[in-house]
Design a protein around this ligand. Structure first.
Ligand SMILES: [Zn+2]
Length: 408
């Protein structure tokens, strides 16, 4: 059957959505429950209703648009929140393409055996309390105590962010109770890496998503005078951090190639020109597609930090601030996506995602799968995030065919 998305309409939707939360400092800042998000949600509701879909929001602010009656649905979606100074495509592509697919199916008058439901998850980006607030609420995976303690990275308690909205900690924690019954979930997303672009392949069929362990770490030494303290008497917390970052990277590269380690943020104290750093706080992001490797690496890195601390006369502290386990997507859904790719004669490759997505949370509840399209230079979470429209067209057409296949 020959049914295709309307690229011009999809493009216009993405361009309109990108106007909500335009940030004078660059890009788009549209965290969930912000003013910009409220405006975007109102606009999305209009689009969903205009398309003849049934609009609903759950207690976590997840937005749904349903096509068809009772029964186990095929879910399709992503998220419309952005990081601060983010781009116009991360997440947005998946939600607007899902809307376009349901709109086309409705317009075509086609009848499918199963209902379809669009979903736009709240706070995928973790601007509130950890990543995937909406999909974790949807899956019933949130912890009440953590939520009550929840403070956003910007220092505002979650409770305060929710004040004045129709949502509360209680409604978020109860959101999973009115989850629709569904048997599959599909998500279209930009790759957020440069593999597809480098290989010149428009479609990535995601097999796995890496798990991660995030730690907040510190080396504590002694702040001493940079002009009077001999090198051998120093307890330099920054040098310990640098040593750890280098040796840790060597360890991953030589013993666990394919896994990843990133020390992304370092702050030293007192942070003066001529003072030996007495304290260095840093973030440690470790990822792997193997749960076992992730655990082994975490242990080895903690041991390495301990060794470096004793050699350099400093003390090491660390605590886990977030962790996710690696997941593998459903063979059935991967099979459907690949079959439809072949029918459409779209070049594709299987790949692993190092970045996390709502699909990994949802994959615990039903068969899930993801389709990636390239983004320019692999850039995401930045104002210059960019895609090629022809790639989006292919990705959205593939999503449409896969949806029909799964619901037909
Ligand atoms: Zn995203």
């Amino acid at each position: 059957m020959d049914i295709n998305i309307d690229l011009e309409r999809l493009k216009k939707d993405l361009e309109t959505l990108a106007k909500f939360g335009r940030d004078p400092k660059g890009g788009i800042s549209r965290p969930s429950f912000s003013q910009a998000d409220r405006e975007a949600q109102a606009w999305l509701k209009e689009r969903i209703c205009e398309a003849g879909l049934c609009h609903r929001r759950d207690g976590a602010g997840n937005t749904f648009g349903r096509l068809g009656g009772d029964g186990r649905a095929v879910l399709v979606g992503s998220h419309i929140d952005t990081v601060i100074n983010g781009g116009a495509y991360d997440g947005a592509v998946g939600v607007m393409a899902a809307l376009e697919c349901l709109r086309r199916i409705k317009e075509s008058g086609m009848t499918l055996a199963k209902p379809l439901e669009l979903v736009s998850f709240t706070d995928e980006e973790g601007n509130l309390v950890g990543d995937f607030l909406g999909s974790r609420a949807f899956a019933g995976l949130l912890n009440k105590k953590e939520m009550e303690r929840g403070v956003t990275p910007f220092g505002r308690p979650l409770k305060e962010v929710l004040a004045g909205t129709e949502f509360s900690l209680e409604t978020i924690l109860a959101a999973h109770k009115d989850r629709p019954e569904f048997e599959a979930y599909l998500e279209l997303h930009i790759e957020q890496g440069a593999t597809l672009e480098t290989e010149d392949i428009p479609i990535g069929v995601v097999e796995r998503i890496a798990g991660k362990i995030y730690r907040q770490c510190s080396f504590v030494g002694k702040a001493q005078h940079g002009g009077t303290t001999p090198l051998e008497l120093r307890q330099d917390a920054f040098l310990a951090t640098a040593d750890f970052a280098l040796k840790g990277t060597q360890l991953v590269a030589t013993k666990h190639y394919g896994s990843l380690i990133t020390v992304g943020k370092v702050t030293v104290q007192p942070g003066s020109f001529s003072v030996v750093p007495g304290k260095a706080d840093f973030t440690l992001d470790v990822r792997s597609v193997s749960g076992e490797t992730l655990e082994v690496l975490d242990r080895k890195l903690q041991a390495l930090a301990g060794d470096i601390a004793s050699t350099r006369g400093v003390t090491f502290f660390s605590k886990i601030i977030d962790r996710t386990v690696p997941i593998a997507f459903s063979d059935r859904v991967i099979g459907v996506i690949e079959e439809e790719c072949r029918r459409l004669s779209y070049p594709f490759m299987r790949m692993t995602s190092g970045a996390g997505h709502d699909a990994q949370i949802v994959s615990g509840l039903a068969d899930a799968g993801m389709i990636f399209i390239p983004c320019q230079d692999g850039v995401s979470h930045a104002p210059d995030e960019m895609i090629r429209w022809e790639d989006l067209e292919m990705g959205a057409n593939l999503l449409l065919r896969a949806l029909i296949h799964l619901a037909g």
